[in-house]
Ligand binder design. Structure first.
Ligand code: NAD
Length: 477
């Protein structure tokens, strides 16, 4: 079922110039399952040329017609959901149920932006004198270059592409080289829906080489990146040097606050499910569990039981609730974080090692009583590590929550409305879920502040970054 992955340029699926390829590995088995076309500079030039032409066609089409094609792409994706979910699990590792949810969610995102594109209203501004019309018009920004990662090969790409297309832009995606086929299936859905050639294109290669070629190129007017803060800062600087607009969805280190008055079972259930979803490789995963002293030990006990009940395995196997990490870099990173924390005095309450002798499996891990100097309290772990720390007062919890330069997601559990309201105001993050998860829905804003980036990728706000404003002041002649 898993097939080699090609580039999509100018409406054609084709090999790279020079026929270079990259191997694709199943993280559960470490077997090579296919190969991926590796774009040469000539391929990028062709994609840029087609993007400029595709943009001219697409922007001239009415929002109504664009919306119909996007809705068709959503229907196509749904009709192929089961096959695509299996492909996604094979290359990325997540359990099949999570892969199915990712495909279904991607179709919802396309549909949402198909509708939002029809509501990209401008304004008529009251004039100072009769006979003058002041119009604020919203126009597509132009050709967009997007760079998306391997943790959600479809969800990360679909938000960017769908918003851009709904706004009337053309899109060149550099997809994730380690998990390319599900991302290619997403692009295939747009193409098969009849979206004109050059409007959505897909390339792969060496990420730095592609971004450094596309970002300064005059055809590209905006970039959108999801990935680590360090790479995001580099790309934002490059975009700035060439006056390109940018959306940056970067790393996080989400605090999850559990107060003495919380519904403890609800907190444990929601937080454990979201900690270990996609083996913790989620930018909004709860990471620092700040638990008030009165419920610290009971929380730990219940949370550890949840971690130990997870069934690790191949995501395609029945009963698997946590798959492997997506690549060997993450396993090495988990081992280093745990060794560093334990050597500095943290207590390892469960997990902490690789699992099995094949595949990139790492045990669900809980570290408690972690000293402030442990690296994992400063760097995003991006894996199945839960860091549990006690706190005494509301102010202490807020101080720890806001200590890091990250500001993506936060969570809190309390039965007090007063505490919930105060939290919503005091937390420095782009999103907060109180007494449930509730984040990353199609119709709600998604994005961070501080070093977690800028721009929003969900809800009505998601269309905004792909549009520019033009003011027309017109007097009758
Ligand atoms: P990495 O930092 O090199 O890569 C992260 C992502 O950025 C990958 O998709 C990669 O292809 C891309 N990338 C890297 N350099 C690039 C460049 N110069 N131009 C364009 N794209 C570039 O390393 P990694 O091992 O893949 O991931 C490590 C860290 O990245 C994780 O620990 C996590 O913090 C972060 N990450 C975040 C997300 C997210 O959803 N925000 C997703 C994946 C990775």
């Amino acid at each position: 079922m898993y097939q080699d992955v090609l580039l999509h340029i100018g409406g054609q699926w084709r090999a790279a110039t020079g026929s270079r390829t990259i191997a694709i590995v199943n993280p559960a088995t470490e077997e090579v399952i296919g190969k991926l076309a590796h774009a040469a500079t000539e391929d990028l030039d062709e994609a840029l040329d087609h993007a400029a032409k595709g943009f001219a066609v697409w922007r001239a089409m009415s929002a109504y017609e664009r919306s119909k094609l996007l809705r068709k792409a959503a229907d196509i994706l749904r009709s192929r959901a089961e096959t695509i979910a299996r492909i996604l699990t094979m290359e990325q590792g997540k359990p099949l149920a999570e892969a199915r949810a990712e495909v279904a969610g991607s179709a919802d995102v396309i549909e949402w932006f198909a509708e939002e594109g029809r509501r990209a209203y401008g304004r008529v501004i009251p004039a100072r004198h009769p006979g003058i019309y002041q119009l604020s018009l919203r126009e597509p920004v132009g050709v967009v270059a997007g760079f998306t990662p391997w943790n959600f090969p479809m969800s990360q790409a679909v938000r960017k592409i769908s918003a851009a297309l709904a706004a009337g832009c053309a899109f060149i995606l550099k997809g994730p080289e380690e998990t390319p086929a599900s991302c290619a299936e997403l692009v295939r859905a747009y193409a098969d829906a009849g979206i004109p050639p050059g409007v959505v294109q897909l390339v792969f290669g060496v990420p730095a080489e592609i971004s450094e070629y596309l970002i300064p190129h005059p055809v590209v007017k905006k970039i959108s990146f999801t990935g680590s803060t360090v790479v995001g800062k580099h790309l934002a600087a490059l975009a700035g040097a060439h006056m390109k607009r940018a959306t940056m969805e970067l790393g996080g280190h989400a605090p999850a606050l559990v107060f003495n008055d919380a519904d403890l079972d609800a907190a444990v259930n929601v937080l454990a499910a979201n900690k270990f979803r996609n083996a913790g490789q989620v930018c909004i995963a709860p990471t620092r569990f700040l638990v008030q002293e009165g419920v610290y030990e009971p929380f730990l006990e219940k949370f550890i039981a949840k971690a130990e009940a997870l069934k690790l395995g191949d995501g395609l196997a029945d009963g698997t609730t946590m798959g492997p990490l997506a690549n060997p870099r993450r396993v090495a990173a988990m081992e280093a974080f745990v060794a560093d924390a334990v050597s500095k005095g943290a207590s390892l309450r469960t997990g902490g090692s690789r699992a099995g002798n094949k595949g990139y499996f790492f045990q669900p891990t809980v570290l408690a009583d972690i000293p402030a100097e442990a690296r994992v309290l400063h760097e995003e772990p991006f894996g199945p590590l839960a860091l549990v720390l006690p706190f005494a007062t509301f102010e202490d919890a807020i101080a720890e929550s806001n200590r890091l330069p990250y500001g993506l997601a936060a969570y809190a559990f309390t039965r007090s409305n007063a505490t919930a309201t105060a939290l919503g105001a005091a937390i420095e993050s782009g999103m907060i879920g109180i007494n449930h998860h509730g984040l990353a829905l199609t119709e709600t804003p998604f994005g961070g502040i501080k070093d977690s980036g800028y721009g929003s990728e969900g809800g009505a706000e998601g269309l905004e970054p792909y549009m520019v404003t033009k003011f027309v002041s017109q007097a009758s002649s």
